[in-house]
Design a binder for this molecule. Structure first.
Ligand SMILES: Cc1ncc(COP(=O)(O)O)c(C=O)c1O
Length: 418
């Protein structure tokens, strides 16, 4: 049984805040942050942790990580607005992503954010702004390379084809108001194979050598992105074969080659990591109530009040589900959500104790890319509560209301906004 929830009486919480309910274990987020920071700095002291906001941009979570002295990684204007709302200074903000409109570039340059450019037009725009302001702007380059099964080649410039090197030549020769000082890559998400990071760092180190020898460019930071895995396995996997490495294994894979390469240098570049799911996934569970039980083609089918609208990753990964019941006898079960769509299936073929209407299921690892990718489809989104280290509970987001749904509508020539 989920220790946290049995202690606090999940039933009482759902009665107070409504069902379903997202529950954030704040101390777990802090623990995850400290783990990644400590394990990496042990091998490579000059490491910075930048939380990838897209994983979950609930203000309390972002603020919690900011208080641990982490950086913030954002990829869009509104994520940037959230960072500003939290009062985070430009030098602690990394701006990535394939689309940075000119007005956003203007302010992130003015604020002195760390910028990783994705395409040639972006370099051009940043150079233009810098020229107008009569300044030199530091900028990093996003690269991609054939690493793993599905390389993230939509982003940045390819290394193997020399595209990345060619563009650095253009930057050096043509964009005279830019100072290329960083390399950025992000190779995927929920990666359990630490060797992919070894490949990634080796490609970057070769690239750094080439930039230094051929163009005299000095790189101040290597931003390796995120991707560190959590306990929710992809749909095609099985929990038995899903082995999540300790964060120290990633740290060794990345830092050992880094230390070897920069062995004789006093001025080693900063290593930046951008974990999203690693920090928040396991810290958030989704409590949901059973609304009915059917037998569909002879399979016990438990229907709950949380659907794929608030657990979108159910389409592509498995979550461990726990039933808050004293029944120990388990049966093969499918778990469906309450939406009017046939694909609203949360888990299929899992062993679950006998449950009845009103019983509570706890869906674990509901922290990353669930709320931020949740969709507004036919049901109001639930509240989110946080449990602090001392057990204190606070509301982090209230339940959606009908006013939230219609406030942007224009009706009778009038904006409904309430
Ligand atoms: C550039 C970048 N950094 C960091 C992340 C975070 O990845 P993860 O949540 O797998 O750690 C992402 C996710 O898509 C990303 O695109």
């Amino acid at each position: 049984m989920n220790k946290l929830l049995s202690e606090l009486d999940a039933k009482e919480l759902l009665e107070k805040y409504g069902s379903p309910l997202f529950i954030v274990d704040e101390s777990k987020i802090i623990y995850q942050y400290q783990q990644i920071k400590q394990k990496f700095t042990k091998f490579y002291p000059n490491t910075e942790i930048a939380y990838a906001y897209k994983a979950n941009y609930l203000l309390e979570i972002c603020n919690l990580i900011n208080r641990q002295d982490g950086l913030a990684e954002v990829i869009s204007g509104f994520e940037y607005q959230i960072v500003k709302l939290l009062g985070i200074k430009g030098n602690k903000i990394i701006v990535n992503g394939p689309y940075k409109p000119t007005e956003e570039l203007n302010s992130i340059i003015e604020e002195g954010c760390i910028i990783n450019a994705d395409n040639i037009n972006e370099f051009e725009k940043i150079n233009e702004i810098a020229e107008k302001q009569n300044m030199i702007v530091n900028v990093g380059i996003r690269i991609n390379a054939k690493i793993g099964k599905l390389p993230w080649s939509k982003f940045g410039f390819n290394v193997e084809s020399k595209e990345a090197f060619n563009v650095t030549q253009i930057i050096k020769n043509k964009f005279t108001n830019l100072n290329l000082n960083g390399i950025h890559i992000h190779i995927g998400t929920n990666l359990t194979n630490v060797n992919l990071y070894k490949e990634s760092i080796s490609i970057i180190l070769n690239f750094i050598e080439e930039l230094k020898n051929k163009l005299g460019i000095k790189i101040n930071y290597i931003d390796l992105g995120g991707g560190f895995a959590t306990e929710a396995c992809p749909a095609e996997c099985d929990f038995k074969e899903w082995k999540v490495p300790d964060i120290e294994e990633y740290a060794k894979a990345i830092c050992e080659p880094l230390n070897r390469f920069f062995e004789n240098e006093t001025d080693k570049p900063t290593l930046i990591l951008e974990p999203g799911r690693y920090l928040v996934d396991g810290a958030i569970s989704l409590a949901t109530s059973v609304i009915t039980v059917k037998s569909i083609s002879g399979i016990r089918s438990v229907f709950v009040d949380a659907g794929v609208n608030i657990l979108p990753s159910a389409f592509y990964r498995k979550h461990k589900i726990e039933a808050l019941t004293d029944n120990i006898e388990k049966e093969l079960t499918d778990v469906y959500g309450p939406l009017c769509m046939n694909v609203d299936l949360l888990e299929s073929g899992i062993m679950l104790p006998k449950v009845g209407v009103g019983d509570i299921l706890i869906i674990q690892n509901a922290g990353a890319y669930e709320l931020s990718q949740s969709m507004q489809f036919t049901r109001l989104r639930p509240a989110v509560i946080g449990i602090k280290e001392n057990g204190k509970i606070s509301l982090l987001r209230r339940k959606e209301t009908i006013e939230d749904i219609i406030r942007l509508d224009v009706f009778n020539n009038r904006l409904v906004a309430i």
